[in-house]
Design a protein around this ligand. Structure first.
Ligand SMILES: *Cc1c(COP(=O)(O)O)cnc(C)c1O
Length: 383
């Protein structure tokens, strides 16, 4: 507390100039080095107060030779795997001299990234603005605002990215740009990234080196970090991305000339994109499994029942893909372990994925998929 107070006083004394709003051509002065030290120190202190997230075993008694685990990223202070991303993006931006005292941080996100970035912006006393589509659910806007952020709604038709970039320029702030920087803001060789944590937590398991790691792709940052880590450390682990039907990523993985998909978008929040994001690195992905929205939601419901805690939709996508791979391994008589991600809590989706009226209104029939995933948990084969 004492050093934090001292640092704050230094910051106040340093008399940082706040640029006039709407002056697009104001020269950017060098960031105040003392402020940058203070800011990085605050993030490090927050990290020091935090615990690692649990690696939860998912029991599948019918498959005694195959271990299935979920890294529970819902237990971060801001409730999702985007907590790690936001921390990395802030440290990267601070280390690059892109953030300055009093200047706003802008992001194009209506989802968990904006919530996590609002948390870190408030920690550093920086204004935070999330550029969101006009139709964003009020609950999400409230989550961003509850952490001190403001929201900037954009009419359909204009791209969020362009609006966020323009806004940052006119306010003399910084556009964080998660979709560009996710893959490089995290130190993929180690340094407490999600991959290093998974391998350390697996150390005393029957099959400590995962045969497969399964994750989704939104920015692509998680698959890039885990895929690079596994290769760099020469592990046998293969990486599978579980991708919604309406996503371009699996199309692009099969044919690199495809860089966009213009169908109706997926109902699964956080994953599957209509354009190939710069942070999606297809070369580190060994396999793509396409999962329908109904399969994802059925699996989210089933795994929530098995774990006794509600899991979000993208966790269901991951679990469905795990069930496909585990069934194949079992059929081939192979032993091993599979690790996937519990990306966020299902509490966020009580009025969507866990609401039967919402499911019916979307025209989904979950019954055959719930039966299939329950069959997997009971017999070890998804059929
Ligand atoms: C962002 C996100 C993902 C995907 O992670 P990336 O590292 O961005 O690819 C999965 N699930 C949820 C809920 C997310 O918010």
């Amino acid at each position: 507390m004492r050093s934090m107070f001292a640092a704050k006083t230094q910051q106040e004394q340093s008399n940082v100039v706040t640029p006039p709003a709407h002056n697009q051509h104001a020269p950017s002065p060098e960031p105040d080095r003392e402020w940058v030290h203070w800011a990085i120190g605050r993030i490090e202190a927050d990290f020091n107060r935090s615990a690692d997230t649990h690696l939860l075993p998912v029991p599948v008694p019918a498959l005694p030779d195959i271990g299935l685990y979920l890294k529970d990223e819902s237990s971060h202070p801001t409730g999702s795997l985007k907590h790690r991303l936001a921390r990395s993006l802030f440290l990267y931006a601070l280390s690059n001299g892109w953030l300055q005292a009093g200047r706003p941080v802008i992001e194009a996100s209506s989802g968990s990234t904006a919530v996590s970035e609002a948390y870190f912006a408030r920690m550093l006393g920086l204004p935070f603005i999330a550029v969101v589509p006009v139709n964003t659910a009020p609950e999400k806007l409230h989550a961003i605002e509850a952490l001190g952020g403001t929201t900037h709604p954009v009419e359909a038709g204009r791209t969020l990215y362009a609006v966020a970039e323009d806004l940052a320029r006119s306010l003399g702030g910084h556009y964080m740009d998660q979709f560009t920087y996710a893959e490089r803001a995290t130190d993929w060789r180690g340094n407490n990234n999600i991959a290093e944590a998974i391998y350390a937590q697996m150390a005393r398991e029957p099959h400590p080196v995962p045969t497969w790691v399964v994750c989704g792709a939104g920015t692509g940052g998680t698959s890039a970090t885990i895929g690079r880590f596994a290769r760099y450390h020469r592990h046998i682990t293969q990486i599978c991305v579980a991708d919604p039907e309406a996503s371009v990523f699996h199309r692009h993985w099969h044919d690199r000339s495809i860089d966009g998909y213009e169908g109706p978008s997926s109902l699964i929040e956080g994953i599957g994109r209509p354009r190939v994001e710069p942070s999606f690195i297809p070369g580190v992905v060994d396999r793509m499994i396409v999962v329908s929205d109904a399969q994802s939601i059925a699996a989210a419901r089933a795994v929530s029942r098995r774990l006794g805690k509600l899991c979000g939709g993208s966790t269901g996508t991951n679990v469905w893909a795990c069930a496909v791979i585990a069934s194949e391994l079992a059929r081939a008589g192979q032993a091993g372990s599979m690790v996937s991600i519990l990306c966020d809590s299902g509490e966020r989706y009580r009025s969507s994925y866990f609401d039967d009226a919402w499911i019916a209104q979307k025209g989904l029939d979950l019954a055959p998929y719930e039966a299939a995933i329950e069959r997997f948990f009971d017999t070890g084969s998804i059929g």
